[in-house]
Design a protein around this ligand. Structure first.
Ligand code: 13P
Ligand code: ZN
Length: 276
């Protein structure tokens, strides 16, 4: 079923020290893989469609797939727009029935990020849509312990107060995509300080893939309520295709779905996601 009280779902995860996975989908098979495992395990998910995937899958297609999955699978499913940057696109998602959106103005300066997020949050809240914003920046493919990239707890608290967002994506050491070398060092001190500064705001972590299962388990236990995974899902699907020796397309397609499903099931375990 489609979750409408998204903030309530996130607060439950926060209070009970587990994380809800946000799994990106880019086609019907990936969406079906995510939702079938969620239904089998009776666990909630964010079924997330990223603006950068708009050329692979149109937003109208994503909305139709998301709503169909939520009708078909007996699991709490949040239809979420991931990394919305183009305001027209964000408003389109709201019109098409997404129950949660991320407005990502994290590359702007503080005041502009507040102004953009505030405008979107005011409109989204009229429709009961949950709003995630980001402060600090989660980059791509690099391991860095440059503390200037971390989200500053006091600034984060001011940001939430001024922008009216419901949940907040924070930077504590992860990065999007595959890391070129090793696993990142997560700054748990910063996470604890953020948790203390924002007792009523669920925290979100992007760039989960390849970040180390023990790291991610700790993040879920110690303050992250939503954890985003994309790259490992697509790699899981691709590796299954490579390992499948068949020249029957439908056999390959099935292997691809099963490869994605394995990753979905694994991260439910790592995040200790509870049934709701
Ligand atoms: P990864 O591809 O590193 O898992 O990041 C996913 C993400 O943050 C989607 O918003
Ligand atoms: Zn992300």
């Amino acid at each position: 079923m489609l979750v409408t009280d998204v903030k309530g779902l996130l607060m439950k995860a926060k209070e009970n020290h587990y994380a809800i996975p946000s799994y990106n989908f880019w086609d019907l098979d990936s969406a079906r893989a995510h939702c079938s495992v969620a239904a089998r395990e009776h666990k909630p998910i964010f079924l997330s469609y990223a603006e950068v995937h708009r050329t692979a899958l149109a937003i109208e297609e994503a909305a139709a797939i998301g709503k169909l999955m939520a009708e078909r699978y007996d699991a709490p499913i949040v239809l979420h727009l991931d990394h919305g940057q183009d305001l027209d696109f964000v408003y389109k998602a709201m019109d098409l029935g997404f129950t949660s959106i991320m407005i990502d103005a994290s590359m702007k300066d503080f005041d502009e990020n507040v102004a953009i997020t505030r405008g979107v949050a005011l409109d989204a809240h009229k429709k009961g849509i949950q709003v995630e914003a980001e402060i600090g920046h989660v980059g791509s493919n690099v391991i860095s312990d440059d503390s200037s990239l971390y989200t500053q707890p006091e600034e984060a608290a001011r940001f939430v107060e001024m922008s009216g967002c419901d949940s907040l994506a924070v930077s504590i050491g992860t990065s999007h995509g595959a890391y070129k070398t090793g696993t990142p060092k997560i700054n748990f001190d910063v996470l604890h300080a953020l948790r203390a500064a924002l007792p009523n705001t669920p925290l979100v972590l992007h760039g989960g893939s390849g970040s180390g299962d023990e790291n991610l388990k700790r993040c879920a236990r110690e303050g992250i309520a939503k954890l985003n995974i994309y790259t490992d899902l697509s790699v899981g699907g691709l590796e299954a295709i490579r390992a499948c020796a068949s020249d029957d397309y439908l056999v390959v397609k099935k292997a691809y779905s099963e490869g994605i499903e394995k990753v979905v099931a694994k991260y439910f375990d790592v995040f200790e996601t509870q049934s709701v």
